[in-house]
Design a binder for this molecule. Structure first.
Ligand code: ZN
Ligand code: ZN
Length: 343
C-alpha cells in the first residue's frame, strides 16, 4: 500500500457516495423501488384544482394540497423510459465502482487481516472506515481519532467546571482514575459524563460509525451484534434509570470504540511491525493503564472466526493470522463467555 493507493481509495469512496446521492435523488423523483424481480418505477404525486403537482414519498398519503390547502387527486403513473434508463445507468455505475473498491481495499492489511472477517463489514464499509479513520494519519492514537469523530465522552467536574476530553483537559492536568470512575484533579470530585461541548468534530464520520456501520453490524447478526447486545445489558444493569434509547446508544458507542481500538492496533502491528500487546500502549495512549485493567479489555482481534463454523473460506485464513499473532483461542472464548456471546 502506498499514499497513492489511499488517495485512489478515497476518490472511489467519494465517487460511490456521490453516485448513491444522485441515484437516490432521481429515484425519489421517478418512484424507484426494489421489487421482487428487480426495480419498479411508479411515480406518485398529488394535483389540486390550482394545478399544483407535488411528489409523494413512498407510502405517503395526502388529502390537501401543501401549497393552497385545496383537496387533491392522487396520480400514479410510469415515468418516462428515458429517465428509467438513466436510473439504471446509475445503478450500473454504482456497481462498477463497488467492484473497483472491493479490489482496491485488498491492498490494505487492515482489511485483509482483520475487517474482512467481521460480519457486517463488506468491502464498501471497510473502505469507508479506512479512508475516514486511517490510523497512521492519527499517529495510531485512537483517542485522537475519537476526538476528531466526536465519539469521545466529555467528563466534567460539577464542582469547578474542569473537563477531560479524549486525553485533553481544561487545565492541562489529566483526570485521576479511580474505581468509581474519573476524578477531578483539583478537588477529587467524581466527574460526570456529558455530551462534548465547544469541540469541533467531523459529523460525516460520526454518522457513518454510529449510524450506518453500527446498523450494518446489527443487521448482519454476527459477533459485533452480540457484543452490542451484551454491552446493552451491562449498561442497563448499571443504570436502571436511563431511558432505553440512551442505553442503546451507549452500548453502540462502546462496541464501536472496541472495534476502533482493535482496528488501530492491528493497523500498527501490520504497518510498523509492533507486537500486538505493545501496539495497544500506543493506540490507547494515556488511558492505557486504566483501560488495560478493565474487564472488557482484550488484545486478540475480535472477528466472527471464533464462533462461526460455517464460512470455511475465511476460517483457515484467519487461523493463520491468529497463529502468527500468537493469540490463544481459549482466552478469546473465555472473554466471549464472560460477555455471554457464547455459552
Ligand atoms: Zn394547490
Ligand atoms: Zn473539580
Amino acid at each position: 500500500m502506498s499514499e497513492r493507493d489511499l488517495m485512489n481509495l478515497k476518490d472511489l469512496v467519494a465517487l460511490r457516495e456521490d453516485l448513491i446521492k444522485l441515484r437516490i435523488a432521481l429515484g425519489n423523483r421517478i418512484g424507484a423501488r426494489r421489487g421482487e424481480n428487480g426495480w419498479v418505477f411508479i411515480k406518485r404525486y398529488s394535483v389540486c384544482k390550482n394545478n399544483h403537482m407535488i411528489l409523494l414519498k413512498e407510502d405517503e398519503k395526502r388529502e390537501k394540497c401543501p401549497i393552497c390547502g385545496e383537496p387533491v387527486k392522487i396520480i400514479e403513473e410510469t415515468p418516462s423510459e428515458e429517465l428509467i434508463q438513466r436510473y439504471m445507468d446509475l445503478v450500473k455505475q454504482q456497481e462498477m465502482v463497488e467492484d473497483l473498491i472491493a479490489n482496491e481495499v485488498t491492498k490494505f492489511p487492515e482489511f485483509t487481516n482483520f475487517l474482512a472477517f467481521i460480519k457486517g463489514i463488506g468491502p464498501a464499509n471497510a473502505a469507508r472506515l479506512i479512508v475516514y479513520a486511517f490510523p497512521p494519519k492519527f499517529q495510531y492514537n485512537v483517542n485522537k481519532f475519537r476526538k476528531y469523530a466526536g465519539l469521545a465522552v466529555m467528563f466534567t467536574c460539577p464542582k469547578c467546571g474542569y473537563y477531560w476530553y479524549a486525553g485533553e483537559s481544561s487545565n492541562g492536568k489529566p483526570a485521576v482514575p479511580s474505581k468509581e470512575g474519573w476524578l477531578c484533579p483539583n478537588d477529587g470530585t467524581k466527574l460526570i459524563g456529558t455530551a462534548a461541548r465547544n469541540v469541533k468534530f467531523n459529523r460525516t464520520v460520526k454518522t457513518f460509525l454510529l449510524g450506518i456501520l453500527a446498523n450494518n453490524l446489527i443487521l448482519a447478526g454476527g459477533v459485533y451484534a452480540k457484543i452490542m447486545k451484551s454491552f446493552e445489558e451491562d449498561v442497563a444493569t448499571k443504570h436502571p434509570d436511563w431511558p432505553k434509547l440512551r442505553i442503546r446508544r451507549t452500548a453502540i458507542r462502546k462496541a464501536i470504540s472496541l472495534l476502533l481500538s482493535q482496528y488501530f492496533a492491528m493497523s500498527l502491528h501490520y504497518r510498523e511491525g509492533v507486537p500486538l500487546p505493545e501496539a495497544y500502549k500506543i493506540v490507547l495512549g494515556k488511558e492505557y493503564e486504566v483501560l488495560s485493567k478493565h474487564e472488557d479489555f482484550i488484545i486478540a482481534p475480535i472477528t466472527d472466526y471464533y464462533t462461526d463454523t460455517k464460512s470455511v473460506k475465511y476460517k483457515s485464513k484467519f487461523e493463520k493470522i491468529i497463529n502468527e499473532l500468537g493469540i490463544n483461542r481459549d482466552e478469546v472464548i473465555e472473554w466471549f463467555k464472560k460477555k455471554k456471546i457464547v455459552k
